[in-house]
Design a protein around this ligand. Structure first.
Ligand SMILES: [Mg+2]
Length: 332
């Protein structure tokens, strides 16, 4: 029983934890779900060496500016604007018809000065468990963090999850798929970045194994220095790596697999398949997922003002409130 499995108020590790299988699946880049084709209207920048925030913002704005169908057409179809409206105002319908893909930092949780200082509200794990029961399991975390880190943050709950922007993915059965692009290829980048952080205290390197992130939130005046260095490290590594820009962070990671790729893979499988995708995020790394939602007739919810989605929630508090309304709408 899903409601037992996810707790719904009685958080029980034996029931909450997905049984992660040890037969981990190696997913080579060639095996990965094919990245989305560039959208004719918005145009994702797959295959580029870097995905600048400003370009993604423009693409996202274009998506939002696409003329929508009439909201009162003769077939009773709703327009995109109306779709966005009902996602925010009809929680019971969301619970019944949708699956949800949630970014974590800046979406579920307020951004912290450093990633390991993020605060998880006391009741959030129970809320996620309740939401998982409401959606019959069709909810996944889609984050730049590692899955192991997400598990630690929301212990004892283990939801379906994509980590490191899609390079790791744990499906509903607990099976883990991950890219085998060699973590050792990043050894030189790690060494260079460690020297950089010694020279410039306040910069922070986050080693994710298959990717490495450089956080400059505490040294914003070094943004351009960090950008140039990460670009040059990507150049050295060749086309199989690129730099993804997030909020006050540059991440050097293998090309070809991003959050949207992971969302597409989830959406092809139960319990997500057949439900309308709702993608919730806050920065440029989420835009690819927004584009996927749009292509599949779903909805994107932007949290804050950094990017543009089908609709917007002002902050993480409002996002958690929306999730609670949906989770509780089914009486779960
Ligand atoms: Mg985020």
């Amino acid at each position: 029983m899903l409601r037992d499995r996810y707790g719904c108020g009685r958080v029980d590790a034996a029931h909450l934890n997905k049984q992660t299988r040890h037969e981990d699946v190696i997913m080579n880049p060639g095996d990965a779900p094919k990245p989305l084709s560039p959208d004719t209207e918005g145009g994702a920048s797959y295959g580029t060496r870097r995905t600048p925030l400003r370009d993604l913002e423009v693409q996202s704005l274009r998506l939002n500016a696409v003329p929508t169908a009439r909201s009162d057409d003769s077939r009773g179809n709703v327009s995109r604007a109306d779709s966005a409206h009902w996602v925010l105002t009809e929680p019971r319908r969301v619970a019944r018809d949708c699956c949800v893909f949630l970014d974590v930092d800046g979406t579920l949780l307020e951004i912290a000065e450093l990633p390991d200082r993020v605060r998880v509200p006391d009741d959030l794990t129970a809320l996620l468990a309740r939401a998982a029961a409401t959606f019959d399991g069709a909810i996944a975390l889609v984050s730049g963090r590692r899955i192991a880190t997400l598990d630690a943050m929301f212990a004892p709950l283990k939801l379906s999850a994509a980590g490191v922007h899609g390079l790791e993915r744990r499906d509903d059965s607990g099976r883990i798929h991950f890219s085998s692009v060699g973590a050792r290829l990043l050894d030189r980048a790690r060494a260079v970045l460690n020297v950089l952080t010694v020279a410039h205290p306040g910069l922070e390197v986050e080693d994710k194994g298959v990717a490495v992130a450089l956080h400059f939130r505490r040294r914003p005046e070094l943004t351009e220095l960090c950008r140039r260095l990460m670009d040059s490290l990507a150049e050295e590594l060749g086309p199989s790596f690129h730099v993804v820009e997030g909020l006050m962070v540059f991440e050097l990671k293998p090309s070809g697999v991003m959050k949207g790729t992971a969302i597409e893979a989830f959406h092809a499988e139960p319990p997500f398949a057949g439900r309308l995708p709702v993608v919730v995020g806050n920065d440029a790394t989420d835009v690819e997922g927004f584009i996927y939602a749009r292509k599949r007739g779903g909805v994107s919810i932007a949290v804050g003002t950094e990017i543009v989605g089908s609709c917007r929630l002002p902050n993480c508090v409002a996002m958690r409130r929306w999730l609670r309304q949906v989770a509780e709408s089914a009486g779960g």
